[in-house]
Design a protein around this ligand. Structure first.
Ligand code: 5GP
Ligand code: SF4
Ligand code: MG
Length: 458
């Protein structure tokens, strides 16, 4: 998912729309904005893409000088309009709205606890527990209530909470998801990715730190914390696949990091080939890096039909297969009679690689060597990226040689864990340099409970 918030601007909802548009790659299943004029909170939400949900006429109705927004990528919780965020709770003792990116690992426990106390949940989203915890907290001020509630959450959460009086910003103690703060004149903006600042003309100020709690209101911004930071564990897939190439996470540009991953791959494997091609869009940077390092020319061997959504997000396997076919086409002139290196960022179920190898061979490629700019994904993700059950993960059940055979490639190479971590370039203390590597290594940065719900199991 992607989140965006703004405080102190007369066009708050309009700017949130632009911000969400820049974050569209983070979720295409639903989008919403909640704005406030200091008196009430108003919501506009719908299923589908940002441009489908919001029209200029509708946006004009949610006036105000502050707003938070969300683009939804369904992981925990089913699809359906009730799960589209921001979740809005009206109350005579003060309304609130929440945008959440990530996935809580103790949502089932918290929900059971709250239900026994009389809470009734309206959604199947893990995010709703935060609202109940805030409202039921015994503390006096909203700030203290929110901090107390946040301290009970476990897992991944980059959150924005909006009330009539303030916008609150929080990041989980491991810092699993990216979250940045920017400024636009006197207005404050917060976004999952810095590419959203560029589109609204805001300047990056700083990243939100793990465990931090920011209070933004008409007096400015105040930094507090709801928890001590734990070992930094930012999602590595944000660098490898999820974030946009023009975003920076903690000062590291995503395109540049991916290019270094491609270069490192070319150092780890030697392949005799005629052309290098990347799977658009997320693997182009790595393919350019591989080409530069190996000396094999980079070519546009595959083109993407940009009017088809991300294949991964299609619910059924059949739809996913068709999705790949509609989405990618080989450039026959480039690959015919050639030995092709095909770079992709990751293999999850193996659908994309298998289809592309077949497409390239049908178009006349004599050999197809698949190189992947991340290590094999062997474990499910509990933190909000849709790498679900082990049964679906091709690398959890097959050796690299078996995978090569399944996808029909002439060779298959994955990047090493060390090669990946060192070339992304973070310098946090600890052996993992600030990364979550759980889907590769099985070492989860938080507790995982017996009743922790995997994405798509709810
Ligand atoms: P597969 O086709 O092997 O199941 O999935 C890998 C492909 O899906 C890659 O091309 C990658 O760019 C894309 N992809 C889409 N969404 C995701 C995601 O959430 N995680 C990962 N690792 N890859 C994804
Ligand atoms: Fe990211 Fe993998 Fe960690 Fe999930 S398990 S947060 S996908 S690095
Ligand atoms: Mg891809």
């Amino acid at each position: 998912c992607g989140i965006f918030g703004i405080w102190g601007h007369t066009n708050a909802a309009q700017l949130t729309y632009y911000g969400l548009h820049a974050l569209q790659h983070r979720g295409q299943e639903g989008a919403g904005i909640v704005s406030t004029d200091g008196e009430a909170l108003r919501a506009l939400k719908g299923e589908g893409m940002v441009s489908e949900v919001f029209t200029p006429e509708k946006l004009e109705k949610i006036t105000g000088t502050a707003a938070i927004g969300h683009v939804r990528y369904a992981t925990a919780g089913g699809s359906g309009i009730e799960n589209v965020q921001p979740l809005l709770f009206n109350s005579t003792t003060g309304s609130l709205a929440i945008s959440h990116n990530g996935n809580l690992v103790n949502a089932t426990q918290l929900k059971g606890h709250l239900e026994r106390q009389g809470s009734i949940f309206q959604t199947t989203s893990d995010t709703e527990v935060l609202a109940h915890l805030i409202k039921r907290s015994g503390y006096e001020s909203f700030e203290e209530k929110a901090k107390n509630a946040l301290s009970l959450l476990k897992g991944a959460f980059a959150c924005l909470v909006l009330t009539e009086e303030a916008m609150f910003v929080a990041l989980d103690p491991n810092g699993l998801r990216p979250l940045s703060v920017g400024k636009m004149g006197d207005a404050w903006v917060v976004a999952s990715e810095t590419c959203a600042f560029d589109i609204v003309g805001a300047e990056f100020v700083h990243s939100v730190e793990p465990g931090e709690f920011l209070i933004i209101n008409d007096d400015g911004m105040r930094k507090e914390r709801f928890a001590y930071p734990e070992e930094r564990s930012i999602c590595t897939m944000e660098y490898v696949y999820f974030s946009r190439p023009d975003s920076d996470i903690d000062g590291i540009n995503i395109h540049s990091a991916r290019k270094r991953l491609g270069k490192q791959l070319a150092k780890e494997v030697h392949i005799e080939a005629d052309v290098v091609t990347g799977v658009p869009d997320s693997s182009i940077s790595a393919a350019i890096g591989f080409s530069e390092q190996s000396g094999i020319p980079y070519e546009l061997g595959l083109i993407k039909n940009r009017y088809v959504g991300r294949t991964f997000i299609q619910p059924s396997q059949e739809m996913r297969e068709r999705g790949v076919k509609m989405k990618l086409s080989p450039v026959r002139q480039v690959v015919n009679g050639k030995r092709v290196v095909m770079v992709d960022d990751s293999i999850v179920r193996g659908t994309t690689s298998r289809r592309i190898v077949a497409l390239l061979k049908e178009a006349g490629a004599t050999e197809v060597h698949v190189v992947i700019s991340s290590p094999p994904i062997k474990n499910p993700c509990f933190y909000g990226i849709d790498i679900s059950t082990s049964g679906e993960l091709i690398a959890a059940n097959n050796t690299v040689e078996e995978m090569r055979e399944i996808i029909g490639a002439d060779s298959l190479t994955f990047l090493s864990v060390d090669g990946m971590v060192q070339n992304i370039g973070r310098t946090d203390p600890g052996s993992k340099c600030g990364h979550c590597l759980a889907c590769f290594t099985g070492e989860y940065p938080t507790n995982i409970y017996p009743d922790t719900v995997l994405p798509h199991e709810k």
